[in-house]
Design a protein around this ligand. Structure first.
Ligand SMILES: O=P(O)(O)OC[C@H]1O[C@H](O)[C@H](O)[C@@H](O)[C@@H]1O
Length: 563
């Protein structure tokens, strides 16, 4: 069927509800909109679905959610009765339709005879990962579009080890979805019937309690100033209760939560783009921080897997720490404290992505700890934790990415904004007791290990045309690498499409120079962007900054020359 045929099918078939039809009627004269909604099915990518909410095959709605869930159900059924009994845990965030979609997923699974554990209210994504391991379910689902704008929702799928599915399971589910054929082949029962038959079971506080206890057990040091002044914002998402609770139970007495961003708001009215990777998300926190004279500001994204912080400098201004800086600080904080107690595992490993900075690696080397690199995506990072469970080759200590995702230990197999908020607060309180801020600690690390600076440039190139240009840009870099920039000489090129190290193939190019500086270029996997990651290493800040500027100029000139 072409897109118009599909549109007409949705309008005329008895299967679709009146509200959906009404929404579709309202766009009957807008061919562009019809095409956008029906020219393809919302792609079930490696982590599930993500898209705009609305009627159509290329949108997030009750039909696309139930189709994906039937595909997941068939995948579980093929594994037999035991897998069906182990069941699926489901969590959801604050977004429009998140709760409704979680119930639809529960009803489809239950109709297929699969046990469902559904959270009784909004919860952070990392808690779902914890729950899978705790309840020993075969799979898990989170209804969230993470830090995307308000018009979006998503459907992330997890597997029994607690991490997001990798390509093998994703392909299997996708094939099962494609085999379903018509929407009318989806099994679904009433929610109440699912509850009555014991197939759907609510879960809640008892899991929170265990999670919080385990997180508190992950603390690194108690030699901290608990009076440190912290402003926290959940950005109207799911972090509010659990982050506050963990901080309170860890004994922090001066935690202030941004009032306007405390309660769930699916429209993210006060922030627009609820991504703490972007310093603009801290506007309210900064104002409140000044009022409360906070030492540190902490923000988590709507599903509370990402976290970022800002630190007050001596002039009373708040300075943003990026993901590379926070990651390196945490690696240093964890390893130095554990080393003091003689508690660093001999086969320990830090896991980061290939486009994350190297300062943490140099720090880890100081403690004889290996750093392992994976492709971008936390599923790959925690995939290593799963692998180490099997091979015992390493002990997974800490995983992180420059895109403000961190996880410590292995109780959760995804980035965790609750664990990380506790560790960031604790680390700031540890250094406060020693009389320095996190900004000063970063400087100390630079002095000791060298100035590792970085800059991420993201160019938005939308639509089919944008995609084509991204391809041309990648082709140009691939065919004609820039061999010298100022006095930096290219000594190595890595093309991850030809990777021989066991990573899956990926469209990423990395260029390494003789002084330790490097840059990488890749199309984003989640947004219509091309991303350039620039990293420099210098004896002092000026030199490192100068190198960043030179690499930026050379790469941007090249990109601009490609129309
Ligand atoms: O650079 P992208 O492909 O857009 O991905 C950016 C980030 O997106 C999500 O948050 C993933 O969970 C991260 O692991 C990833 O780093």
């Amino acid at each position: 069927m072409d897109f118009l045929e599909k549109y007409n099918y949705w309008i005329n078939s008895e299967y679709f509800d009146e509200e959906t039809k009404k929404e579709l009627e309202s766009i009957k004269d807008d061919k562009g909109e019809i095409e956008d909604r029906f020219h393809k099915d919302l792609t079930f990518g490696t982590a599930g679905l993500r898209g705009k909410i609305g009627a159509g095959t290329n949108r997030m709605n009750r039909y696309t959610v139930s189709l994906a869930t039937q595909g997941l159900a068939n995948t579980i059924k093929k594994r037999g009765k035991e897998a069906m009994e182990r069941g699926v845990a489901i969590a959801y965030d604050v977004r429009h339709f998140s709760k409704e979609f979680s119930k639809i997923a529960a009803r489809v699974l239950a109709a297929n005879g699969i046990k469902v554990y559904l959270f009784d209210d909004i919860r952070p994504t990392p808690l779902l990962s914890y729950t899978i391991r705790e309840l020993n379910t075969i799979s898990g689902i989170v209804i969230t579009a993470s830090h995307n704008p308000k018009d979006y929702n998503g459907y992330k799928v997890y597997w029994e080890e607690g991490s997001q599915i990798l390509d093998d399971v994703a392909v299997e589910i996708l094939n099962n979805i494609n085999d379903i054929g018509d929407f009318s082949n989806i099994n679904i029962i009433d929610f109440e019937e699912g509850i009555g038959r014991g197939l759907i079971q609510y879960i809640g506080k008892e899991i929170d309690d265990k999670y919080v206890e385990e997180i508190k057990g992950l603390r690194i040091s108690d030699d901290i100033d608990r009076g440190i002044r912290i402003v926290y914002t959940p950005l109207n998402g799911t972090g509010n209760e659990l982050v506050r609770r963990v901080l309170r139970e860890r004994g922090f007495t001066q935690v202030y939560v941004v009032k306007e961003q405390e309660k769930p708001d699916p429209d993210f009215t006060t922030v627009g783009y609820p991504n703490p990777e972007d310093v603009k998300a801290f506007e309210y926190a900064k104002n409140y921080g000044k009022e409360k004279d906070a030492d540190i500001l902490i923000a988590t994204d709507p599903d509370c897997d990402r976290v970022a912080c800002m630190v007050k400098n001596h002039e009373g201004e708040y300075v943003f720490l990026n993901g590379n800086q926070t990651g390196a600080l945490l690696v240093d904080y964890i390893l130095s404290n554990r080393a003091e107690k003689g508690d660093v595992p001999g086969n320990g490993a830090i896991v980061k992505s290939i486009v994350t900075g190297d300062l943490s690696k140099t720090i880890a080397e100081d403690y004889n700890i290996t750093t392992i690199e994976t492709l971008t995506g936390f599923k790959h990072i925690c995939g290593k934790a799963n692998e180490f469970d099997r091979t015992k080759e390493h002990t997974f200590i800490f995983g992180y990415e420059e895109s403000i995702g961190y996880v410590y230990s292995t109780i959760v197999r995804d980035k965790d904004g609750v664990i990380s908020s506790m560790l960031i607060a604790e680390m700031a309180a540890y250094y406060k007791k020693k009389g320095i801020t996190l900004l000063e600690r970063v400087e100390e690390l630079y002095e000791k290990y060298g100035y590792y600076l970085d800059k991420l440039i993201s160019l938005v190139l939308e639509g089919v045309e944008g995609q084509e240009r991204i391809k041309r840009i990648m082709n140009s870099f691939r065919s004609f690498p820039i061999t010298t920039i100022e006095d930096m000489k290219l000594i190595k090129t890595i093309d991850y499409l030809k990777d021989q190290t066991g990573n899956p193939k990926s469209d990423v190019l990395k260029y390494l120079f003789d002084d330790g500086s490097w840059y990488a270029i890749r199309p984003s996997g989640t947004e219509p962007k091309i991303k350039i990651y620039i990293y420099s290493k210098g004896k002092n800040r000026e030199l490192a900054e100068h190198k960043i500027k030179c690499i930026e100029k050379a790469t941007i000139e090249r990109i601009e020359s490609i129309k």
